[in-house]
Design a protein around this ligand. Structure first.
Ligand code: ATP
Ligand code: MG
Length: 402
């Protein structure tokens, strides 16, 4: 007996009412993309579940891929069987023997979706339980905490049998929640913020500010490497790289030193918002975590946020650094983030940035400077690069990533 399909349960998206078909379609696309190098695979979607029909493709490799896809609650490798009771029992026994190890306990969980089927749930449980017990010596039933839960589902078109229930990545299918711009630095936090946003179904594009020649090509490459990791999560990732040198120089010439950081962040946010508008995004995501540095106090956020009404999402706002680092390690961005290349904000960092800047003060300082022409120039000079997963995404040993 070989598994011939994988049954996919949607979990949360099944509660999305009338938009449900959009969610299901997105999930189907994500799965199709993730399994594009298995040409035999066919995806069948139904209202409340999906089947990945294997057609002889390697199910173990496919399972590793499925574990990373957002929008899947859980899944089970399964076999499709004829609804003839004897054939079903036979299939159940063979499947059971595949996973059974000496000493395992078991139970049967039958479900009758086809109400016209002559045996009801209780009778199905009985029939299959008895059949397995007769053929496997010394086997014990444990209905509370079995080692093996053999599920049998009798549906209209056929019966489906499975033994394993594998936890999925959860979340919502990528692209099902609209688009947002991620402010992506070379640091540890922003890639993690991007990951969490994708997990909740957002389509994410990155915006990175760099200041050549004060920041090097290598520091730009580092951000591209981080973007590459995010592309592997979502299937593709566009990064907008903004030349920021002239604006930073102007800030340093014109704004009192203890307010340069606040103005710098305001300009970054303003420019990100322009790019968002062009790209038809609906929100901006940052890697800020409350109190981590001077720019991340509530007072700073209040003064910086002043330049836009666009929702600013801060998925990490309540997280401790140690917990953020753990996630960065799991998603494979940590080791890139800790490379010591300079960032535009560290190059120009003031000796003592205000931790409690006043909105009125920063507005006042900025009122003497015409930033607009340079903002427009920076937006016009944006370089957009789209990254797609590399072949070695097919590195199926990276199972632990998620
Ligand atoms: P990170 O680890 O993400 O760099 P951080 O703890 O170093 O965060 P900051 O440097 O204050 O904190 O940055 C706060 C947020 O501002 C970042 O998470 C990111 O979203 C954004 N940001 C900072 N620098 C840049 C940059 N050069 N380009 C784009 N966004 C940036
Ligand atoms: Mg940083």
């Amino acid at each position: 007996m070989k598994y011939d399909r994988i049954l996919i349960r949607y979990g949360e998206i099944s509660t999305k009412g009338r938009n449900r078909h959009i969610f299901v379609e997105r999930l189907r696309k994500s799965i199709k993309l993730a399994l594009s190098d298995f040409p035999g695979v066919k995806i069948e979607s139904k209202r409340d579940r999906m089947y990945v029909v294997l057609n002889g493709e390697d199910f173990e490799k496919i399972i590793v891929r499925l574990k990373k896809i957002f929008g899947i609650q859980s899944f089970s490798p399964a076999v499709k069987a004829d609804k003839d009771l004897e054939k079903m029992k036979d299939a159940a026994l063979q499947l059971f023997k595949r996973v059974y190890q000496e000493g395992d306990t078991f139970k049967i969980t039958a479900k009758r979706a086809d109400k016209s089927y002559p045996l009801d749930t209780g009778e199905l449980n009985q029939a299959f339980g008895a059949h397995i017990l007769t053929h496997v010596p010394n086997l014990r039933v444990d209905v509370r905490n079995p080692d093996i839960n053999l599920r049998i589902e009798v549906r209209e078109e056929a019966a489906y049998l499975s033994c394993e229930n594998i936890q999925g990545a959860g979340g919502l299918p990528v692209g099902s929640s609209g688009k947002a711009m991620l402010m992506l630095s070379g640091g540890i936090d922003s890639p993690v913020a991007g990951f969490y946003s994708m997990k909740r179904g957002m389509e994410i594009e990155g915006v990175h500010f760099y200041s050549p020649p004060f920041t090097s090509e290598r520091s730009k490459q580092k951000v591209l490497d981080l973007a590459q990791k995010l592309a592997e999560v979502s299937g593709a990732f566009t990064l907008h790289i903004v030349p920021f040198t002239e604006i930073q120089q102007l800030i340093h010439k014109q704004v009192p030193e203890n307010y340069t950081m606040t103005t710098t962040r305001r300009m970054m946010l303003k420019i990100t918002d322009r790019i968002r508008e062009k790209q038809r995004g609906l929100a901006i995501v940052t890697g800020e975590s409350l109190g981590q540095v001077a720019s991340q106090t509530l007072e700073s956020m209040y003064a910086i946020n002043d330049v836009t009404n666009t929702p600013i999402l801060r998925p990490l706002i309540t997280m401790d650094k140690t917990d953020i680092i753990k996630v960065a390690e799991q998603i494979g961005t940590h080791d890139i983030s800790i490379l010591p290349y300079e960032d535009c904000c560290t190059v120009f960092v003031p000796a003592s940035p205000k931790t409690k800047p006043k909105k009125e003060k920063v507005q006042f300082y900025e009122s003497f400077v015409d930033f607009e022409p340079l903002i427009e120039k920076a937006v016009a000079g944006v370089e957009a690069i789209t990254l797609i997963p590399k072949q070695e995404k097919q590195n199926d040993t990276l199972e632990e990533l998620f």
